[in-house]
Design a protein around this ligand. Structure first.
Ligand code: SAH
Ligand code: F3S
Length: 446
């Protein structure tokens, strides 16, 4: 066996891609090693969403240079979003790299590695390969797993590189997804998160076309799986059918990641997001109407070109109004080849930093108010291990993705679903007391 060291940057989809690549290479007799100095092949699965993510990769490549000097047989590869976006620049800045393979061609990674070895010269692949199988070789015993249900993105958000780095929208057939979820369940998995860049556009490219609501129903039928999550949704594609499915499919959790990006219509238009603040608020209202317990999280970009104080105030106001459980704030980062990179009125970094802080403060206040409302309530918890806070306690997550610590030693096992009544609300977690198994009482999902 040869040894493979895999380093993953960026999003959950990258984590999943890395597992798939590890699986493909295992078929070519590569086993994983944690120790980069022992590796015959080092692959960096990269992220290009913001400049900071890219800098990390270049600095890691710099570190790897001496390994290559010591072991000329070592193959170093860069895959994923940066590979697709910066193929030439990577070879120029890091000549120690032997292989550059973009996300749409990941299915070919094993062949490409072989080619590098055989031909003893660098290989660049940024075309589109066949759709890589989603069988991700799960590590047994995992309670939660991601399953990528569609690749690529065809939206035109003016700040975003993903459509360039990940290529066309390509959905995996529902049969393949269900088969993968069954395998995961057989290995002990209880919760799956269905992944896609615009996951709520799932299935429209298939023949016959299908959608996420139908996929929910199919995954719901898999015995052993208790919870279904999905991310990321685009408000533009959010249909009444999906809202109904969230209400009606029991295993789908009351948790919705709905990226806002901005609360100002002027900025949303410049971002080319395809919705207004009013439409966004209507969607939140419709979702809460269908599922009153729904928890929302979101992504917001601060300092998009041309964003004024007035625009930003509208974002703060909207964040306050929705009351998110979690807000991910990003300072706008200029991405090569995207329309926003060339827009006038770029916002100074110091202004972005100030807005970032104010946004997180506002988000924190709204989240705290939501958390306090949980005091005294009973929540369903999927037990996933011992508590990080106190070794004597167990920890798990609610359907709305909150961490709960509670004393259940001797009575409860990892993987159990239990009811816990909330006794304390802390900044990033809840504490509670074991209140029984879900069948024993009506579950108040959050
Ligand atoms: N498909 C997802 C987005 C994936 S990128 C969606 O539709 O929401 C994840 C998040 O990164 C985005 O929601 C956005 O908030 C942020 N992001 C993307 N491009 C960015 C950029 N150029 N600068 C700062 N943040 C960015
Ligand atoms: Fe990016 Fe917009 Fe697609 S944020 S991933 S282009 S939906």
């Amino acid at each position: 066996m040869a040894r493979l060291h895999l380093i993953t940057y960026g999003c959950q989809m990258n984590e999943y891609d890395s597992e798939r690549v590890a699986g493909l290479l295992r078929d070519q007799r590569y086993e994983l090693t944690e120790d980069e100095t022992q590796a015959d092949l080092i692959l960096l699965n990269t992220c290009a969403i913001r400049e900071k993510a890219e800098e990390k990769v270049f600095s890691k490549l710099g570190e790897l240079r001496h390994l290559k000097a010591a072991n000329p047989g070592l193959v170093i590869g860069v895959m994923g979003c940066m590979a697709q976006l910066h193929q030439g620049a990577i070879r120029a800045r890091a000549p120690q790299v032997d292989l550059v393979v973009g996300s749409p061609a990941l299915a070919r990674v094993a062949d490409l590695v072989e080619r590098v070895r055989r031909e003893r010269r660098p290989v660049l692949e940024t075309g589109e390969g066949p759709l890589v199988s989603i069988a991700a070789r799960p590590r047994p015993g995992r309670l939660r797993a991601f399953v990528t249900v569609m690749e690529g993105c065809e939206k035109h958000c003016t700040f975003c590189v993903v459509p360039r780095t990940r290529g066309r929208e390509r959905s995996h057939p529902p049969e393949a997804i269900v088969a993968e979820v069954r395998r995961l369940a057989a290995d002990g998995c209880r919760e799956v998160t269905l992944l896609g860049q615009t996951v709520n556009a799932y299935g429209r490219d298939l023949t016959p076309p299908t959608d996420l609501a139908e996929l929910f129903a199919r995954v719901n039928d898999v015995a052993g799986i208790e919870r279904i999550r999905f991310t990321t949704s685009n408000p533009y594609n959010l249909t009444p059918t999906l809202i109904r499915a969230m209400r009606d499919v029991p295993k789908v959790c009351e948790w919705f990641h709905l990226p806002l990006q901005s609360g100002s219509n002027r900025i949303l238009e410049r971002m080319h997001r395809g919705y207004t603040r009013e439409r966004y608020l209507d969607l939140v209202a419709a979702l809460r109407d269908a599922v009153p317990e729904m928890a929302f999280s979101t992504d917001v970009i601060v300092g998009f070109p041309g964003e004024t104080e007035e625009d930003f105030a509208q974002t703060l106001e909207l964040v306050d109004r929705v009351g998110y459980d979690n807000v991910f704030a990003f300072r706008y980062s200029r991405r090569p080849g995207t329309p926003a990179a060339d827009m006038p009125d770029q916002v100074p970094e110091v202004v972005k930093a100030g807005r970032n802080t104010r946004l997180l403060e506002a988000a924190g206040r709204a989240a705290a108010a939501r958390a306090v409302a949980l005091l005294g309530r009973t929540v369903e918890v999927l037990v996933d291990g011992v508590s990080k806070r106190s070794a004597g306690e167990l920890a798990g997550r609610t359907r709305c993705n909150r961490v709960v610590n509670f004393d259940g030693r001797g009575r409860v096992a990892v993987g159990d679903l239990v009811l816990v009544s909330v006794t304390d609300v802390l900044p990033h977690s809840l504490r509670g007391a074991l209140a029984g198994q879900p069948e024993e009482a009506e579950c108040l999902s959050r």
